[in-house]
Design a protein around this ligand. Sequence first.
Ligand code: SF4
Ligand code: SF4
Length: 77
Amino acid sequence: MYVVAYVDEESCNGCKSCIRSCPEPNAIAFISGDKKVRIVSERCKGCGLCEVECSKASISMVSVVDTVVEDDDPGGS
Ligand code: SF4
Ligand code: SF4
């Protein structure tokens, strides 16, 4: 299990403070049409800096369960 940032797009005002705070290149995308940001979860390292930086409390850290599923029931169908 690991954590990534998640943006509540309802409260995000598109200020981009989170983008400036993020140490990972292109981990937060600005959606110009919506004037919102979105986390690129594959690039997010879960450091939490953006959550601290957001004055709108729009960012929270969420746990992600690894999706590697082992087949432990080879005889079943
Ligand atoms: S810092 Fe918060 S309000 Fe500003 S763009 Fe990022 S998520 Fe949106
Ligand atoms: S948690 Fe860290 S790496 Fe992920 S988007 Fe926020 S600042 Fe960037």
